[in-house]
Write a protein that binds this ligand. Structure first.
Ligand code: ADP
Ligand code: MG
Length: 728
């Protein structure tokens, strides 16, 4: 074993557990470090508190005087908790989170100093942010970007820093982050939903989109991860032979959680509690050393912030427990990757989940309205939804028999399929009294409160109805949920807006009663969007053929998938719903395309480096020992040596063959990279990386992995899959 590999394993195996005491009621510590309603009640005057609550409920601006009061109370609260710094916390288009800490500390002359945090500092900041991706929105002469307080997501303390969730916009007001378009999309879906709800209940004033994410990840010992240049630089392994035992026995899934991992989880969950992240579920996932964590769902903007915060906190807590947390969608070939299911629903200020079947025919008609409109929205914009989850890393997972394919379809279960089939036969125009009664009693009235087949749900569907919510399962584990949530809420908003126009139109032009008009429009939607419904095996090859016949898109790789983001249809949609303007859409597209190229470029360099500097030299060293052996056999046996050295000679030849292919393929890959790098157009460049550079990875890997199982284990420099995946 190479020295590095040996030391790493030794360290990993001798870790002392970091004991974490988990006893006690979690509700006692929940939200302790959050400036939430409870804290506000203690620290804010009534006016100030109402100012914040109004801003949350109605989006009303908080005036400067109130902001001053709030900031001074926040400071008081924070100082009491030992906080020294504050930061505007935001989510730039790198996908992660960003922060720049400023001390409260201020000098006031004569050698004196105070702690200061005014309304100005709370409301707006101008970070020197010229290095964040902006897709050309900020020219250097207007290189300013502003962060502005988002009162809908409460401030929190992490470590000794007060973090204020903010949006990040350019000098000209364009979004430079993930949060801004999300907030706009949530506003759009709120308005469109409330308008439609008015058909059913005049008391509904606000509709909130909820999100419950499920985060999958791997835990790998820090020393083992550090011994692999590919994990260190790309977050995944670029080579490594599949171990004799992988996940075939399914013995990890829901198994007892290994001690070290459990300690990590306890610690992480304690941090989450303090930060107000309502984590609830923890368990082993399918692959060895793979786990999942899920919270109770929350309002989408807060849920997105919490997921971004969690990913950051996970890394920090992981480090404390000597783990590297791998968030990558496919850290190991041949082993299940990680996703992040996004559970989504809409709920009213009156406490009704619009996507849950209910007890009365009228409220079930409301449910069906939202249910069918969502299906129609997904059908009309399936390609955009696919684009929302596209990334270089998620490409490895989609369609790889472990995650939904790149084809978007909707699973609704048998019972609802039946309901839709009945609704499809509703008479056009006015309904007879008998038909109305029949619909009320036997169709809408009979939707069971608990849907049977949602217990045996179809795990292969990318977008599944699971009883009282839709579950978008194709989202990648590294994703910022804001991206898919912005798209989903925007398309549903647009669809509901259209629905309202059509229903009102039928009432006005044909004199239909409200529910007649609703039935009529829903019927047409069911007919129009049928092709998106699929109950079968989404992993099967037959589905690809069938989906093509149905005219569904199947954009397998990121560069082709992303293109639809800048289509006329998409830009018109975003502009109409007030989510993004053309410049913002195009800038984002540019950033994502470039990010794709960079990722593949980095991986390609790392792969070339490992193959050339690690694998080949070791293979040669091993080959030399065999050559020595053969030479020795010759001195003993003379001309007869060939009988005794036959296998060795074969091995020498094979090693030479693999080395030769690796060398020539790495050279070719470097050549392809040079050609790609010379391409000016970013879209063409990404396509070149995808179609010309990337295919070399598998070929190079194949030969390196062959060498891994030939070369003496004592010499092999890279920590092996079995060590990465089974060291506990
Ligand atoms: P699983 O999909 O693993 O079987 P569940 O269906 O119990 O698990 O829930 C998964 C996630 O869905 C959790 O984060 C939960 O909070 C969230 N969730 C449950 N109900 C809703 C809802 N109405 N809207 C949004 N998310 C929800
Ligand atoms: Mg799930």
């Amino acid at each position: 074993m190479s020295k590095l590999r040996f030391q790493a394993l030794n360290q990993a195996l001798n870790r002392k557990p970091v004991f974490v005491d988990e006893r006690g009621k979690r509700s006692d510590v929940f939200g302790e470090n959050v400036f939430d309603e409870n804290t506000m009640r203690q620290y804010l005057t009534k006016d100030a508190r109402n100012g914040v609550l109004d801003a949350i409920d109605t989006g009303k601006k908080i005036d400067r005087k109130i902001a001053d009061q709030i900031s001074s109370s926040m400071k008081e609260w924070a100082l009491q908790k030992g906080v020294t710094h504050y930061t505007h916390w935001f989510q730039p288009l790198t996908g992660g989170t960003a922060e720049k800490h400023d001390a409260f500390f201020e000098t006031i002359g004569n050698g004196m100093a105070i702690e200061k945090f005014g309304g100005n500092e709370l409301v707006q900041q101008e970070p020197d942010a010229s290095s964040f991706p902006n897709g050309g929105i900020r020219n250097t002469f207007e290189a300013r970007g502003y962060t502005a307080w988002d009162p809908t997501s409460p401030a929190f303390i992490y470590g000794t820093t007060l973090c204020i969730p903010t949006v990040f916009v350019s000098y000209t007001g364009e979004a430079l982050d993930y949060k801004t378009p999300l907030l706009r999309a949530l506003q759009a879906v709120d308005k469109a939903s409330v308008d439609v709800c008015k058909y059913f209940d005049k008391n509904i004033k606000k509709v909130t989109a909820s999100l419950g994410w499920e985060q999958e990840y791997f835990l790998i010992d820090k020393a083992l991860a550090a011994s692999r240049p590919d994990i260190t630089l790309t977050g995944r392994t670029l080579l490594g032979h599949i171990p004799a035992k992988g996940q075939q026995l399914d013995d990890h899934y829901f198994g007892s959680i290994p001690g070290r991992a459990l300690d990590f989880m306890r610690d992480l969950e304690t941090e989450c509690m303090l930060l107000g992240i309502p984590v609830k579920t923890r368990h082993n996932e399918v692959a060895p050393n793979q786990f999942e964590l899920a919270p109770i769902y929350e309002e989408s903007n807060l849920a997105v912030d919490h997921n971004s915060l969690l990913m950051d906190v996970m890394g920090k807590v992981g480090s404390r427990h000597n783990f590297k947390v791998l968030m990558h969608e496919k850290p190991f070939a041949g082993v299940n990757g990680s996703g992040k299911h996004n559970n989504w629903s809409l709920s009213t200020n009156t406490g009704v989940n619009l996507l849950a079947p209910s007890k009365t025919p009228m409220s079930n008609l409301q449910f069906l309205t939202f249910f069918i409109n969502t299906i129609k929205a997904v059908y009309d914009h399936e390609e955009l939804l696919r684009a929302a989850i596209a990334s270089a890393s998620n490409d490895h997972r989609l369609g790889a028999n472990e995650a939904p394919p790149a084809i978007i379809s909707v699973f609704i279960g048998q019972q609802l399929t039946k309901v839709l089939a009945e609704l499809e036969n509703v008479t056009s125009g006015k309904l007879s009294p008998e038909e109305k009664t029949d619909l009320k009693l036997n169709v809408v009235g009979k939707i069971p409160h608990i849907l049977l087949d949602n217990t045996d749900r179809n795990r292969t569907s990318p977008f599944a109805f699971t009883g009282n919510k839709f579950e978008f399962r194709a989202v990648g584990s590294t994703a910022n949920c804001a991206n898919p949530m912005t798209v989903l809420n925007t398309i549903v908003a647009k669809q509901l807006k259209e629905f309202k126009i059509e229903v009102d139109g039928l009432i006005a032009s044909k004199g239909l009663k409200k529910d007649e008009a609703i039935f009529n429009v829903l019927r047409e939607y069911i007919k129009a969007s049928k092709n998106i419904l699929f109950e079968g095996n989404g992993y099967g090859a037959e589905w690809e053929i069938e989906a093509e016949k149905r005219g569904l898109s199947n954009n397998k790789k990121t560069p082709e998938a992303l293109k639809v983001k800048v289509s006329e249809k998409a830009i018109a949609l975003y502009e109409e719903m007030g989510v993004m303007n053309k410049r913002e859409v195009e800038a984002r597209y540019e950033i994502e395309v470039e990010e794709y190229t960079s990722r593949i470029q980095i991986e390609s360099r790392v792969l070339g480096d490992i193959a050339g500097n690690h694998v080949v030299p070791v293979a040669i060293r091993y080959q030399n020992t065999i050559i020595e052996n053969v030479a020795g056999l010759k001195t003993i046996f003379g001309d007869d040596f060939k009988v005794h050295a036959a296998e060795q000679i074969k091995l020498i030849t094979k090693i030479s063959e693999h080395i030769a292919v690796i060398h020539s393929k790495v050279d070719e890959m470097i050549g392809a990279r040079k050609v790609a790098n010379a391409i000016e157009d970013s879209e063409e460049k990404a396509a070149a990386y995808c179609n010309v550079v990337l295919p070399f990875f598998d070929e190079i890997r194949y030969h390196c992995d062959k060498l891994e199982i030939m070369v003496d284990d004592e010499l092999w420099p890279l920590t092996k899959y079995r060590e990465l995946l089974f060291t506990r």
